[in-house]
Design a binder for this molecule. Sequence first.
Ligand code: CP
Ligand code: NVA
Length: 315
Amino acid sequence: MNKDFLLVSDFNKADIIHLIRLAIAMKNAEHEEDAWEDGYANGEPLFLGEGHLLALIFEKPSLRTRVSLEAAMQNLGGSSIFLSKDEIQIGKREEIKDIARTLSKMTDIIAIRTASHSNIEEFASFATVPVINALSDLEHPCQALADLMTIYEKFDKFENINLTYLGDANNVSNSLAIASSLVGMSFTFCGPSDFSLNDEIIKQSHNLNKDSLQIEHDPKIAVKNADVLYTDVWASMGDEATIDERKPIFLPYQLNTEILKHTDKTPLIMHCLPAKRGNEITDEVIESEKSIAFEQAENRLWIQQAIMNKLIAGY
Ligand code: CP
Ligand code: NVA
């Protein structure tokens, strides 16, 4: 097993299924007020993190990722410390390798959100404790595992499930493409040709599973057989200034009631949040009864507990 969780492919299919089952067990135990007894939640072994400290380094804003990580560590019995961009000034006040080695002496696990994935890789290579990618320009692996958990809760399987993503090829769609190929789910990417998945992600997905990934540029065709429709912002954090030029290009890929008329299966609607209503998704669709965006958000907490449990305790 890898020391870190930087890419969704750091876990294999068996690991992912185990993490999802553990996360669901913890969620059920909590919802049923069934205590986590003797290091177990509904029969699944559970690490109790008393005395453990999680450090969070966030160079970009966050609601779900920060709160789910901090709450998860508290639920496990540990605590957390949040370090903002201005506070540690990566590469400016201090070099990445020095921050990584210093924090490793004082904390038990570190989550980092930064623009450049190579910074996270460098950080992890110098850290002696597990490092979690809390979002980079390349991937958002914690989000993808929460999304798989949410889909698994609904369908109890991944085989023969069609997940269709509409919009921008970004960290979220990259992780979803790879996650889908790892668990054997069908993933259709649909976006403007100039903003499509890059060759490296396509190659990785095909190497893991030659049948999982499809690319379809016509949204009416892409949504037809979907069990789940997913979208994310058209301009990710750091690229917000490009939204006005992107809007007309992305408008045909908006998740709205018109596009839903072309679906055969009344699909579930997913969004990692935060959402820009009126851009990638309409208010009507995200608020509709088929939307499970807030179940996804809740599952960030449960999967985060399972991920930290595995990285620290090994199971
Ligand atoms: N989905 C997600 O990662 O949300 P935050 O940016 O608020 O953490
Ligand atoms: N693609 C988005 C995801 C936010 C959770 C971004 O990077 O801003």
